[in-house]
Ligand binder design. Structure first.
Ligand code: SAH
Length: 430
């Protein structure tokens, strides 16, 4: 090799550090430290931060005793007993000193202001189930983040298969077992399912779907996936729900991975608990994946928060599927009428006149703001607003049909403040 030719520095050797119970020293308490400390704590490290000041986000860790803070400038004795060091100040001279002191002690040290001068580098990391990903971008952190995001997204969406060939450990809740996953699909918009729900859906052999589950998700399923419409299951001697339970169990016992895709959250008026119980009884492995319930999200998307400081300190979610005077009703309507907070009624379109009447009869103010939101989160969404006294008539006049959510309470009036003003229609052309 001729003189003057320098070879590039070799690539770092990638390793995973087991930091549980080990002393890690973070020098600096600013924005970079704020980003690194949670990962160190998640790995079980015993973290000491040395810095004259720390960001407010780190303070609760100090108060709770999850990190130790030395409120002063760095001193080389800070590195005593450490396994790993991060030099994260915005002062290059201090960071250089920390790296040198760590080097003298043969402790690996990251340097935030100039990664090439540290003896360790922090990769962009991600995790999906049991799989961890660490990416170094060849000196370009943005490239590392972009690659990391691409890999994690691919795993989440099922484009990159992370399933082991052997059956996974049962305690890993995020890896699908053969069996049943009862998945909450959210209020209807395909984007409002959880990440876990979507990933499990991508692995399904069979999807048993409700009318209110986000139908647009079905378009993404691979051609071999069997889609069963729960409403159309042949019942024979079964009740509808028994037929669904039997269908889940049967497919799972045949070795298929079944996703039971439901609207909203499976455990909010969704009979998800009955389905889970049926699987448990049959000895079928079953997991529940919570969903974004329509009870909260549909009003929210329509500009109605369920609580608001000074307006409502309580919100009650009630089923209106039975008339208030139905002997089978478990709802204390007179009690609800005395409530000052927010009332969220599901399945209440047909009984709305009787429900409003019983609330008024037991003392709720007729002028209480009320709203009905039909098809929340979907392109067909409609909102009818009024007062408790007038809402049943207004909903009927507007032809509101299920699925719809009724909200009663002062929070309904916040809509005007929370929704952007309507865009004025363009002036008609010449
Ligand atoms: N488990 C579901 C609720 C099932 S009960 C959840 O957590 O959301 C069915 C009722 O939910 C409907 O009658 C209606 O009151 C409400 N609902 C579900 N999706 C809705 C939507 N997109 N818009 C309005 N109401 C909805």
């Amino acid at each position: 090799m001729s003189e003057g030719v320098t070879s590039p520095a070799p690539d770092p050797y990638l390793a995973g550090l087991r930091l549980a119970g080990r002393r890690v020293v973070v020098v600096g308490g600013g924005a970079v430290a704020q980003r690194r400390v949670p990962g160190l704590l998640a790995a079980g490290a015993v973290v000491t931060v040395v810095a004259p000041r720390i960001t407010p986000t780190l303070e609760p860790h100090v108060t709770a005793g999850t990190i130790t803070w030395h409120e002063r400038p760095y001193a080389d004795s800070d590195l005593d007993g450490s396994w790993y060091v991060l030099a994260l100040t915005d002062d290059a001279a201090v960071n250089a000193r920390v790296v040198a002191d760590a080097e003298a002690r043969r402790v690996f040290c990251v340097r935030a202001d100039d990664g090439t001068r540290g003896t360790a580098v922090t990769p962009a990391t991600g995790r999906q189930g049991a799989v961890s990903v660490a990416v170094l971008g060849g000196g370009d952190p943005r490239r590392a983040v972009a690659v990391r995001d691409g890999v994690v997204d691919a795993m989440r969406e099922g484009r990159l298969d992370t399933l082991p060939r052997r059956p996974p450990r049962a305690q890993d809740a995020s890896t699908p077992l053969p069996g049943v996953a009862v998945v909450g699909g959210g209020p209807g918009d395909a984007d409002l399912i959880t990440v876990r729900g979507r990933r499990l859906l991508a692995h399904a052999d069979v999807v048993v779907v409700d009318r209110l589950a986000p139908q647009s998700l079905l378009a993404e399923l691979a051609p071999h996936v069997e889609v069963v419409d729960a409403a159309k299951l042949p019942r024979g001697r079964f009740m509808a729900q028994e037929a669904i339970n039997a269908c889940l169990v049967e497919h799972a016992l045949a070795g298929r991975f079944v996703v039971r895709l439901k609207g909203g959250d499976p455990y909010v008026f969704g009979r998800g608990s009955e389905e889970v119980e049926a699987c448990v009884v049959a000895g079928v492995p079953v997991t529940v994946v919570p969903g974004v319930t329509s009870a909260i999200s549909v009003p929210g998307l329509a500009g109605i928060p369920l609580t608001h400081r000074g307006v409502a300190h309580e919100a009650v979610v009630v089923s209106g599927h039975l008339a208030p005077d139905d002997p089978g009703s478990l709802v204390d309507w007179p009690g609800l009428a005395r409530l000052r907070g927010t009332l969220v009624l599901l399945m209440a379109v047909d009984r709305l006149p009787q429900i409003a009447e019983v609330l008024l009869a037991h003392g709720r103010d007729p002028q209480t703001p009320a709203a009905v939101v039909q098809d929340g989160s979907l392109p067909t969404e409609r909102v009818v607003t009024g007062t408790l006294a007038g809402i049943a008539g207004a909903a009927a006049a507007a032809g509101v049909r299920p699925p719809a959510i009724v909200v009663v309470g002062g929070v309904v009036a916040l809509r005007d403040r929370l929704l952007p003003p309507p865009v004025p229609a363009p002036a008609p052309g010449p």
